[in-house]
Design a protein around this ligand. Structure first.
Ligand code: RP5
Length: 163
C-alpha cells in the first residue's frame, strides 16, 4: 500500500522584517523534525499571491499554516477565510505599539473564521511551531515521540534551586 506523505507546515509572513521573529518557528520545527516551507506573503502588498497560496494550500500536503504579521495584521485572518486548514497567527512586535496592534488584529476575529492566536513576538513564533507540531502529531507518531522527548528535556533542564 502506498504511504501518504507526511503533512508539512507552511510558515508565511507579511514582510522580510518579520523573519527575525519567524525564523524561531523554523528552528523549532527543525528540532522536532517537522517538514516545512517558508514564504513572504503580504495581504495588502501581494494580495493575489495570498489568494493563490491560501486557496491551494490544502491540495499541497500542508497540514497547518503559521502566519506572522505586524501592525494591522490581517494576513492570518485572510488566509483562514480562504483555507479550511488550521491557521495559527503570530503577532509580530511592531515598532509603534509593541505588537499590541498585531495581537488585537489577529485575536479579535469575528465568529465563524477562527485563527489560533499566539503570544506577541518570539514566544509566539516558538509556541506556534510547537502547536503546529502537535496538530501534525495527531497523524504522525514519530513527531509525537519527538515532541514528548522535547518536553522531557525541558522538564529535566529546570534547576532544583536558583544559583
Ligand atoms: C506587516 O507590516 C508585516 O507583517 C510587518 O510586520 C509590518 C511592517 O512591514 P515592513 O514595513 O517592515 O515591510 O505587513
Amino acid at each position: 500500500m502506498k504511504k501518504n506523505k507526511p503533512l508539512k507546515v507552511s510558515i508565511v509572513m507579511g514582510s522580510q522584517s518579520d523573519y527575525k521573529t519567524m525564523q524561531l518557528a523554523e528552528k523549532t520545527l527543525k528540532r522536532i523534525g517537522v517538514s516545512f516551507e517558508t514564504k513572504i506573503i503580504s495581504a495588502h502588498r501581494t494580495p493575489k499571491k495570498m489568494y493563490e497560496f491560501a486557496s491551494s494550500a490544502e491540495k499541497k500536503n500542508i497540514g497547518v499554516i503559521i502566519a506572522g504579521a505586524g501592525g494591522s495584521a490581517h494576513l492570518p485572518g485572510m488566509i483562514a477565510a480562504l483555507s479550511p486548514l488550521p491557521v495559527l497567527g503570530v503577532p509580530i512586535e511592531s515598532k509603534k505599539l509593541k505588537g499590541l496592534d498585531s495581537l488585537l488584529s489577529i485575536a479579535q476575529m469575528p465568529k465563524g473564521i477562527p485563527v489560533g492566536t499566539l503570544a506577541i513576538g518570539e514566544d509566539g513564533a516558538i509556541n506556534a511551531a510547537l502547536l503546529a507540531a502537535s496538530i501534525i502529531a495527531n497523524s504522525n507518531p514519530a513527531i509525537k515521540k519527538n515532541l514528548n522527548n522535547l518536553r522531557i528535556l525541558q522538564t529535566k533542564s529546570v534547576k532544583k534551586k536558583p544559583k
